[in-house]
Ligand binder design. Structure first.
Ligand code: UGA
Length: 427
């Protein structure tokens, strides 16, 4: 099949490379010239494990990139819309980029004969495909649904493991308004061993939100239990390890700590809250999921103050800046509110992250960034661990250079050392 992929963010680029690997001919479309040049040269515009190899293999053969919507539409039968869906200042979904892409696609469709299917892959709140994307394409093309197909096909890719997740899906959801377009979208995944869930677009949109909201709820639930455990002198990791043995609950995503960050969970839960409110429903549980999450970074600083008192003039080391391990992405990282509070309290902040120092420097110029944990820890009054990087597990002699050996772990990464005061956030 010939596919065009609109938007070369992590979902668009990974999907494009993986569809090429599955044997399709793929054209990426983006307005950013530098990304187009990179993809055509076989260089990934983002870091994702395994992506570089796929781009090298397929660029210039069955994978190319352009900014020309007309060319992309003329040379494909299916267009995947995988552009960003950021939050507006109130946390509601901002569909501006989806609207712009739909407008361009509609205009390009006007000049095309033959059936074409438009597939929304971006995470959009229920009803968006039917009530926003479809009417825009109809208006700009002068055609009607049926002349072309429309579908929604959410992604469930973890950042850092996106190529693996694409190739080994535990679910594929295809929501279409008619059988013909749904069949075409389902056929794109031929070759992958996975049952395909067929539904309508709004159900597919909701499956994506329910999935992310449930995972976020598991984390906030674990954090709340963890906060109670902490007060009672109980190790929440012992508790949740046993709880997770219940087959109805499962052992994953029960790790209490500094909370969830990233470009998806915080944004998606807030967008679902916004959609619920729009239809007159007050989503109490979802609001609490966000509240618990937003409280965790403050608990780190509160624990710190309870041990060393005022932070004014004290040197505090933050280990881990990325929102999770194996990425340089700092979007909604729990390190951000922690660093802000430390600086607001007059602390001198030194930091180390294996990949994310440069990205954090764009937000906090006053932080001292180091290229190793040991350098960041030198002369420090306390250390806060904010990201679950594997290399932190083996830190030991590095702590010897601290002035005061106090370690507050927000990710359950370290085992207590003899001469270190070790404090777990929820254990
Ligand atoms: C998440 C979902 O896991 C993907 O399935 C989904 O496709 C993606 O969002 C998306 O909507 O695009 P991602 O944001 O890459 O993927 O990150 P996760 O690995 O899920 O971790 C999210 C955050 O939760 C991290 O900050 C992590 O530290 C935190 N977390 C995770 C916990 O605090 N506790 C846990 O037990 C697990």
């Amino acid at each position: 099949m010939n596919i065009s992929v609109i938007g070369t963010g992590y979902v668009g680029t990974v999907s494009a490379a993986c569809f090429a690997e599955l044997g399709h001919k793929v054209i990426c479309v983006d307005i950013d010239r530098s990304k187009i040049d990179q993809i055509n040269a076989g260089i990934p515009p983002i870091y994702e494990e395994g992506l570089s190899e796929l781009l090298k293999k397929h660029a210039g053969k069955n994978l190319s990139a352009t900014s020309d919507y007309d060319f992309a539409l003329m040379n494909s039968e299916v267009s995947l819309i995988s552009v960003g869906t950021p939050s507006d200042p109130d946390g509601n979904i901002d569909l501006g980029i989806v609207r712009a892409a739909s407008t361009s696609l509609g205009a390009a469709l006007k000049n095309k004969n033959g059936y074409h299917v438009f597939v929304v892959k971006s995470t959009v709140v229920p009803e968006t495909t039917e009530k926003v994307v479809l009417p825009i394409i109809e208006k700009n093309s002068g055609k009607h649904q049926g002349d072309f197909g429309i579908a929604m096909n959410p992604e469930f890719l973890r950042e850092g493991k996106a190529v693996y997740d694409f190739m080994h899906p535990d679910k594929i959801v295809v929501g279409s308004m008619d059988k013909r377009s749904g069949d075409i979208v389902a056929s794109l995944y031929r070759g992958l061993e996975c049952e395909i869930t067929r539904t309508n677009p709004r159900t597919a949109e909701m499956i994506k939100y329910a999935n992310n909201a449930f995972l976020a709820t598991k984390i906030s639930f674990s954090n709340e239990i963890g906060n109670i455990c902490k007060e009672l002198g109980i190790d929440t990791y012992e508790v949740m390890k046993a709880v997770g043995k219940d087959f109805r609950i499962g052992p994953n995503f029960l790790n209490a700590g500094a909370g969830f960050g990233g470009s998806c969970f915080p944004k998606d839960v807030k967008a679902l809250i916004g959609k619920a409110k729009e239809i007159g429903y007050e989503p109490i549980l979802l609001k609490s999921v966000i509240m618990v999450n937003e409280g965790q970074p403050g608990r780190m600083v509160w624990l710190l103050k309870s041990r060393i008192g005022t932070l004014k003039g004290k040197k505090i080391t933050v280990l881990g800046l990325a929102f999770k391990n194996d990425t340089d992405d700092i979007r909604e990282s729990r390190a951000i509110p922690v660093i802000k509070e430390l600086l607001d309290n007059g602390a001198i902040v030194s930091a180390y992250d294996p990949m994310a120092n440069e990205n954090m420097r764009k937000i906090f110029k006053r932080v001292e960034y180091h290229s190793s944990a040991e350098d960041a820890l030198r002369g420090s009054d306390a250390c806060l661990v904010m990201t679950e990087w594997d290399e932190f597990k083996s830190l030991e002699s590095e702590f010897d250079v601290m002035k005061n050996k106090l370690l507050i772990d927000g990710r359950h990464m370290l085992t207590p050392k003899r001469d270190i005061e070790y404090i777990g956030l929820c254990w």
